[in-house]
Every structure is written in structure tokens, then in C-alpha cells.
Design a protein around this ligand. Structure first.
Ligand code: GLY
Ligand code: MN
Ligand code: MN
Length: 442
């Protein structure tokens, strides 16, 4: 089989089986592929498959619907997809067709997408529960309601329409939260490419460089490694680093400023998510270094909580405590530690959370809390640890020397049986390490 997924057909089959087992024999599960999206008039954004659809099929085409029918005698895994079409394929590239869906993607059976309307009501009939992502695609929601209504219309003739409608993500996203060996291998590769890209940007830095030139360095490395940006790359010089989702990337980095780059590669569907903050001229000033050291200490404190059995939120709490202590020590906050934490005064400088799950989606799926409590970390989970400090350029409540400094340090962490592995550990992180890397470049 031609695998562009990096995941074996066996693993895809195992995932589908596991999901069907959880859903039960009277269920049906329906997952449409991501729609193509117009960028401008008649040109489209590069196609990105829906992560759930991909996780279960590895099928890269639009206009497809995966239907899982546990226990169905004539086949449980069905794919509706485009037919082969020599004329269309000469414009848009090869299609798998129904034969490819069975031979290359391990489906039990496949049908032309045009036949969905005709076939789906028959598959729904006799199944009590429908698992589906309601509310994600309004057009498909309406189609599904239409198919269910077609079965309902046949009740007098003995048809049994489904009567429970459940959120598919509830089962599927719990599976996706725990990464297999092969997934970790792909995530390490995404991390490796991301690290190389950050290194290239640090090496290309010089006073006056436009942010987009550094972005180009980062994304050149992504493409050269058969990857793409996992999200819009953030390259913020000086006070632009304080804009959390800054993506304009159009200013020049002036001598003496820091540059914050938050950029990660997507490789075979899996994201890395990395932030480094470095001085454009290669040397941290005293204040820049003091805040950078503090963010590094907060990250170390959060990382010390990265092991099985510890509540996910313990990492954030540890980072907040370290940051608040440091802000008091440096004079950016005043008063008692407990009060500053309890009343959230640190939020003036640290507005976001310390991380998120990472996987096929950069902000990956999976619950953070269970029954109102932070869930405990378990082996196979991957998440980011990304504390930061952002002093607004116009914050006159702090000494002028601190203003306009924005710093974040973000790494990707796998929970292992006995602790953790930092997938992005090989990239310069501390002020000393960054200065050393940048000194080599000149
Ligand atoms: N790059 C998005 C984030 O760090 O969450
Ligand atoms: Mn992140
Ligand atoms: Mn990030």
C-alpha cells in the first residue's frame, strides 16, 4: 500500500475496531471528510483533511464520508468517495476511487459519493444510536436529518429509525488523546523539523530584519522537510511579542529588541508547537535576560509536574507561582505572593494558560477536566508547556526599562511510564544557549 500517512493500515483498522467496540453493535458512526474551502473566487485553500476522519482512515481526499456500522454482516467499514475520472484527475491529481478505498485504505466496501443519499437511510434503519459531530457542518447536519426522516417515514412499514443521537467526539477524542508509538514517532519528526526551523531563524537574525524574512526562514525549512506550518507562524519583534496571536509579521526587528517566534511544523498531519524568544542582535539586555530567566524557571517548575498521576493543572499552578514570585522579586508586582495569586494580579503580565494537548490538531482534542476536577496525566499524552511574560509598551505602572518586553518559551512534552520526554529538548532554550547558537552564526 502507498502510505503517505506514516501510520500502518493495521493501526487504522485497530482504531476503527476500538471505536466500534466502544460504540456498540446497535450504533452507526458517520464522519464526513473536511470540505474544500474557497480562498478567493475560484481558488481554494490548500486542502487539509478533517483530523477525526484522518485518524480513522488516512484517506486524503475531500468529498468522502466514512460510515462505520459495527457488526454489519456485509462489511463494517464503508467509504463513500469520488469515482475515478480521467478528465478530472488530469486537472486535480489522482483519486483512489472505490477500488483504492478497499485495496489501499482497508475499507470493507466503498461506494460513489453520489450514492450516499440513496444508501445511507438503509444503513440507518435498525440502528438505535447515531454517533456524529453535530453542529460542525450545518449542511451535512441537514442531510443527516433528511436521511433519518426518510427512515421515520417508513415506520408504518416496519422500519426502525434511530432514536439516540450522540456526540462522536466523546468516544473518539478520548482515543486521540493517547498517542501510539507510531504517532509519537511522527510527532518527534514534527518536533525535529520545527526545531531546525527555529534554529534557521535565529541564525538569520540581524538588526533591521523584517519579521516576514524570519518567517520565510522558518517555513522554508518546513517545506524542505515535506512539512507545512501547523498554524499561522507568529513572528513578533519588540512589543509585537505582547500580541498573543500576532500574525501580521510585517515590522522590522530593531537593534536591541527581542523577537518571539511561535511556529510549529505539521508532518503527516501531526503538529509541533514551539516558541523561542531571542535578541535580534544576539545579546540579551539585563532586563530581557531577567525576564527570560524567569519564564525559563516557570517552565522548569511546570515540567517538574509532568509525570503520570499528577493533575494536568498542577503544571499551570506551578508556573503561575514561579512567575508571580519572580515578578515580586523584580518589582513588577507589589505585595504578598498569596494575594497576588489569589486575586490574579499576575494576569497583567501572564494572560494565557500554560499549555494544551497536542496531536493532529495543534490545540488537540481531549478533556482537561473530568467530573469538575483536573484530570490526571497518563502515559501517551502529549501537551505543550508554554509560560510567558508580556509587559505592555504603555504600562506606566512599571519602570520604563521593562516596557514592551514579551517572552514565551514553549516546548512539547510526552508523558511516559516513569515521567516525561521533551520532544523539543534539543533546541536552545536558555539565554546562554540562545546566545551561543547566535554567536556561531556570525
Ligand atoms: N501556537 C499556538 C499556541 O501556542 O497555542
Ligand atoms: Mn501552544
Ligand atoms: Mn505556540
Amino acid at each position: 500500500m502507498k502510505s503517505l500517512t506514516g501510520i500502518s493500515p493495521r493501526e487504522f483498522a485497530r482504531r476503527r475496531r476500538q471505536l466500534m467496540r466502544m460504540a456498540g453493535d446497535d450504533a452507526i458512526l458517520i464522519l464526513p471528510a473536511a470540505p474544500e474551502r474557497v480562498r478567493s473566487h475560484d481558488t481554494y485553500y490548500p486542502y487539509r483533511q478533517d483530523s477525526d476522519f484522518w485518524y480513522l482512515s488516512g484517506f486524503p481526499e475531500p468529498e468522502a464520508v466514512l460510515v462505520l456500522v459495527p457488526g454489519r454482516k456485509h462489511g463494517e467499514c464503508l467509504l463513500f468517495c469520488r469515482e475515478r475520472d480521467a478528465e478530472r484527475e488530469s486537472w486535480d491529481g489522482a483519486r483512489a476511487g472505490q477500488e483504492g478505498a478497499v485495496d489501499d485504505y482497508g475499507m470493507d466496501d466503498a461506494f460513489p459519493i453520489e450514492d450516499l443519499d440513496e444508501i445511507l437511510p438503509g444503513l440507518l434503519e435498525g440502528r438505535t444510536r447515531v454517533y456524529y459531530h453535530f453542529g460542525r457542518d450545518a449542511e451535512f447536519d441537514l442531510k443527516l436529518i433528511g436521511w433519518v426522516n426518510r427512515v421515520r417515514a417508513q415506520v408504518r412499514h416496519g422500519a426502525q429509525p434511530p432514536h439516540e443521537f450522540l456526540e462522536l467526539g466523546h468516544l473518539l477524542h478520548e482515543m486521540r488523546l493517547f498517542k501510539s508509538k507510531d504517532e509519537v514517532r511522527l510527532m518527534q519528526r514534527a518536533a525535529d523539523i520545527g526545531m531546525r526551523a527555529h534554529l534557521a531563524a535565529m541564525r538569520a537574525a540581524r538588526a533591521g530584519v523584517p519579521e516576514y524574512v524570519l518567517q520565510a526562514e522558518v517555513e522554508r525549512v518546513f517545506r524542505a522537510e515535506d512539512a507545512c506550518p501547523a498554524y499561522a507562524s507568529i513572528v513578533g519583534a519588540g512589543a509585537n511579542a505582547c500580541v498573543l496571536h500576532y500574525v501580521a509579521n510585517r515590522a522590522a526587528a530593531r537593534d536591541g529588541e527581542l523577537v518571539l517566534i511561535d511556529a510549529g511544523a505539521e508532518y503527516r498531519g501531526y503538529a509541533s508547537d514551539i516558541t523561542r524568544t531571542f535578541p535580534v542582535n544576539g545579546r540579551f539586555s539585563k532586563e530581557q535576560r531577567a525576564l527570560h530567566d524567569l519564564v525559563g524557571a516557570a517552565q522548569a517548575a511546570a515540567l517538574a509536574q509532568a509525570r503520570p498521576g499528577v493533575p494536568y493543572e498542577a503544571g499551570h499552578d506551578a508556573a503561575v507561582e514561579t512567575l508571580t514570585e519572580g515578578l515580586l522579586r523584580l518589582g513588577l508586582l507589589k505585595g504578598r505572593l498569596e494575594k497576588n495569586i489569589a486575586e490574579g494580579h499576575y494576569k497583567r503580565f501572564y494572560r494565557h494558560k500554560t499549555g494544551h494537548w497536542l496531536g493532529l490538531d495543534v490545540h488537540d482534542v481531549g478533556e482537561y477536566r473530568i467530573d469538575g476536577e483536573s484530570r490526571l496525566l497518563e502515559p501517551g499524552m502529549v501537551y505543550t508547556i508554554e509560560p510567558g511574560l508580556y509587559v505592555a509598551a504603555d504600562d506606566t505602572r512599571v519602570a520604563a526599562k521593562w516596557r514592551g518586553i514579551g517572552i514565551r518559551i514553549e516546548d512539547d512534552v510526552l508523558i511516559t511510564d516513569d515521567g516525561h520526554r521533551v520532544l523539543t529538548a534539543a533546541l536552545a532554550r536558555s539565554a546562554d544557549e540562545i546566545e551561543a547558537v547566535m554567536a556561531e552564526a556570525t
